[in-house]
Design a binder for this molecule. Structure first.
Ligand SMILES: Nc1ncnc2c1ncn2[C@@H]1O[C@H](COP(=O)(O)OP(=O)(O)O)[C@@H](O)[C@H]1O
Ligand SMILES: [Mg+2]
Length: 370
């Protein structure tokens, strides 16, 4: 059947964060990093044996009357990707900022790579990388110099930092601009450089806060492949995203947060199973027949079929025979069908069912300000 693009959560434009965000990936040069200087991060770097690479218990943080995090708990095993998913304002960035030592929690504990985010903050900064929702790069340095500087701050030898820097510039299609000051870069180029910055030292734990928002499809795929390669080497990644297909592809586990609380937690498959029910999707030859199609198919479902343009969707009561029955009912009603098929629930369905928010389709890609 025709594949239906996954939607994404509606996201309002995010204003630039505080300047201290960059600190997380800039440990002081005087302290030599033990683990992040190595050319590859091993799973053992992420946390002492047996300990989760990220573990959060009862975390709370308020801004005035707003409870941005309200008794939040989740864990990520070393060498896995944890997806933090939730609508705009859910508390995702607040959680990332606490974990990246940029914000003190009001209550609860959080450990990253075996270190407490409050008590061991300075030491922890050597072991984490962060890419925020906006570009944070040194304007006056070239792209390559930016990457080499970050690598050096993490204790990498210069030659190794240059090699890794060139590798990343190639991956993110920035090699031609490698020797130009970053201030000449476009918004999209800055975003890609910001991501390369976070990836250069291969720290054992990476925080990526909506890393692909506003990124072109090719860079998005590059980033996914880069994340997958790092995770294969043992890196632990906490990824917040508004793209449900991104979470589905990358995340081993997903914590869904809404209004500062974790409302569901599990593997993508577990979350889909929780929603239950096979979806029948019918693509019509003529969108004006959608109401007729919805009426014709109503007997197959406990809920009214939903029509959206030339697509009609319903959760079928029984999987077996559903396609044959749908074809018969639509034929009797004189509805022209382009394509129809059954599919498992997607994360979009999970969202709708958990949060009541529809995951809206990505028709207004929000690029970052240049
Ligand atoms: N520095 C701040 N001051 C006041 N309110 C904040 C601040 N940071 C976040 N908030 C509020 O906390 C809530 C969670 O925000 P955030 O963590 O940025 O959500 P998300 O990243 O999921 O969109 C929102 O209501 C937001 O307005
Ligand atoms: Mg955010």
């Amino acid at each position: 059947m025709t594949s239906v693009p996954h939607g994404r959560l509606k996201l309002q434009r995010t204003s630039p964060g505080p300047p201290d965000e960059r600190r997380a990936r800039m440990p002081p040069t005087s302290q030599v990093s033990d683990s992040s200087a190595s050319s590859r991060a091993g799973a053992g770097d992420a946390a002492p044996a047996g300990e989760a690479a990220i573990s959060v218990h009862g975390l709370s943080k308020s801004f005035g009357a707003v409870r941005a995090l309200d008794d939040v708990s989740f864990e990520a095993a070393p060498g896995t990707v944890l997806g933090l998913l939730g609508p705009n304002g859910a508390g995702k960035t607040t959680a990332v900022r606490v974990l990246a030592t940029l914000l003190r929690p009001d209550a609860g504990t959080a450990r990253v790579a075996g270190l407490d985010v409050v008590k061991d903050a300075t030491k922890l900064r050597h072991r984490i990388g962060l890419a925020g929702q906006y570009a944070a790069i040194d304007e006056n340095l070239t792209g390559l110099e930016n990457l080499v500087m970050v690598g050096r701050l993490y204790g990498m030898p210069r030659a190794q930092a240059r090699t890794r820097g060139r590798e990343l510039l190639t991956s993110f299609d920035l090699l031609e601009a490698a020797d130009r000051p970053a201030k000449t870069y476009s918004g999209g180029m800055r975003r890609r450089l910001d991501l390369a910055d976070a990836l250069v030292a291969k720290p054992p734990v990476l925080f990526l806060d909506e890393p692909t928002t506003g990124l072109d499809p090719r860079s998005r795929l590059t980033l996914w492949e880069t994340i997958e390669a790092l995770v294969d080497e043992g890196t632990t990644v906490l990824l917040t995203t508004q793209y449900l297909d991104e979470a589905d592809r990358l995340a081993d586990r997903i914590a869904v947060i809404d209004q500062g609380r974790v409302i569901a937690d599990g593997t993508p498959d577990e979350l889909k199973d929780r929603v239950g029910g096979e979806r029948l999707e019918v693509h019509l030859t003529d969108a004006s027949q959608a109401p007729a199609a919805a009426r014709a198919l109503a007997t197959m479902s406990d809920e009214p079929p939903a029509a959206d343009g030339d697509v009609v969707k319903l959760t079928v009561r029984r999987r077996s025979g559903a396609i044959v029955e749908a074809v018969r009912l639509l034929g009797e009603a004189g509805v022209g069908v382009d394509d129809l098929g059954l599919r498992r629930p997607t994360l979009d369905d999970v969202f709708l069912s958990l949060t009541g928010h529809v995951a809206e389709s990505a028709d207004d890609d929000e690029g970052m300000a240049a």
